[in-house]
Design a protein around this ligand. Structure first.
Ligand SMILES: Cc1cc2nc3c(=O)[nH]c(=O)nc-3n(C[C@H](O)[C@H](O)[C@H](O)COP(=O)(O)OP(=O)(O)OC[C@H]3O[C@@H](n4cnc5c(N)ncnc54)[C@H](O)[C@@H]3O)c2cc1C
Length: 380
């Protein structure tokens, strides 16, 4: 089998377009949105214009249908510019995945025409106050009532929660059935009974929206049920298999930013009469950062390749996410170390990178949950 790590001409074109976008539209404003904790609508609208806000969806209805590797490469570039701003298209990818897996033509048309053509946002509503890592504990209820399902419950920590127009919501038809009682439903923000609760104030990713979404007696027509009754847990897990390599790619992006900043600083900072880049302790830190980033990139590329080849990806997807996220935490922390006191100051962009990177170890399944998945696959 031939191995070829060179990007295609199409990928090179896309990446250079995204790099220009990041330099012009993201880098100049990332500190502002982080400080202000404001949703970056002007940047998000421009992302929609150049086609990187919704990278999913069938081409016939205006979607981009990019392969997993290309999407990961785009997300690496965006996260290199700003982890927080990149979190919005990331949330669109995650929210669109249940549609890609189980949506019928009508449902896909409803969802992707909004996201891909009108610049709308989607949100993946699974987590609840008492159901985090244990998705089977979801207690938002769906009760059948004639041609409708009635949804009641509160979802928390939802990315794009207060800014989304469309939701994909996991609810239980029978709490006693645990994971087998769960079903996904599509919900429009404008429907009666949908409301937004608390908007979270966060350590990092502060340009991203993270909110509670509350469903109170929401009437969902039967044709807005995604897949079979009881099929929701499986769809959620399959969605994570696709989205986790993207988190790995974001980890690589944030870490590359940290490495570049630390490298440039080390070369110009002088102590004890010489540049700190001449000190072996600093050189070894930089070398380890470079090595770790390269390893994380190979892991996400392999997972994306497996996905694009239609092969089993569970273990590799968890590895790409866990290794990437843990690596980004270490690399950003070491980059702060290389800048010394300046690294700790908010005037410099590195402490933000460290705060943004922390989320990657938590969201879409913590690092501990990824290790459980890898061990389960290893031992089965
Ligand atoms: C900024 C942000 C955005 C988010 N966006 C979304 C979103 O868009 N949609 C959505 O549905 N959710 C979202 N989440 C929720 C996220 O997926 C959960 O926070 C995550 O899955 C962990 O759940 P928890 O916070 O309840 O932690 P818990 O599950 O309570 O875990 C607490 C700790 O216990 C550990 N732990 C739990 N179970 C085990 C176990 N069996 N073995 C070993 N250790 C274990 C965990 O690793 C963790 O360290 C978001 C969260 C954040 C912070």
């Amino acid at each position: 089998m031939a191995f070829d790590f060179s990007p295609t001409n199409e990928q090179l074109g896309i990446i250079s377009m995204v790099r220009r976008f990041v330099a012009k539209e993201v880098v100049p404003v990332r500190s502002y949105y982080d400080e202000a904790e404001e949703f970056p609508w002007p940047v998000i609208k421009k992302m929609a214009e150049i086609g990187i806000l919704c990278m999913s969806g069938p081409e016939e209805i205006g979607g981009y249908a990019w392969d997993n590797l290309t999407r990961c490469m785009v997300m690496e570039e965006l996260a290199k510019g700003c982890g927080g701003i990149a979190a919005t298209p990331m949330a669109n990818i995650l929210a669109s995945e249940p549609l890609e897996i189980a949506g019928n033509d009508e449902q896909k048309k409803w969802w992707f025409s909004g996201l891909c053509q009108n610049g709308e946002l989607g949100a993946f509503c699974v987590t609840e106050p008492n159901a985090g890592s244990d998705v089977s504990g979801v207690s938002t209820s769906a009760r059948k009532d004639g041609q409708y399902y009635i949804l009641n419950g509160t979802k928390c920590f939802i990315s794009n929660g207060s800014v989304a127009s469309k939701y994909v919501v996991l609810a239980t038809l029978d709490k006693n059935k645990g994971a087998r009682g769960l079903t996904f439903f599509l919900v429009d923000r404008e429907w009666d009974g949908v409301s937004i609760g608390k908007k979270e104030k966060k350590m990092g990713n502060r340009a991203a929206d993270t909110s509670e979404v509350i469903f109170t007696g929401v009437k969902v027509p039967q044709n807005f049920r995604l897949g079979e009754e009881g099929g929701g847990f499986k769809i959620a897990m399959q969605s994570f298999n696709v989205s986790r390599p993207v988190i790995g790619a974001m980890a690589v992006g944030i870490s590359l930013f940290a490495l570049e900043t630390a490298r440039a600083y080390a070369k110009q900072r002088h102590q004890f009469g010489t540049s700190i880049a001449n000190m072996q302790a600093i050189q070894f830190m930089l070398a380890e950062m470079d090595m770790q980033i390269e390893a994380a990139r190979l892991l996400y590329q392999k997972a994306a390749w497996l996905l694009d080849s239609g092969k089993d990806v569970i273990r590799n997807s968890a590895m790409a996410k866990c290794f990437g996220a843990d690596m980004a935490q270490q690399v950003t922390s070491n980059a702060v170390q290389i800048l010394g006191g300046y690294g700790y100051m908010r005037e410099y962009p590195l402490e933000k990178a460290m705060r943004d990177a922390k989320l990657l170890q938590i969201v879409e399944g913590t690092s501990q949950i990824q290790k459980m998945i890898i061990a389960r696959e290893l031992l089965k």
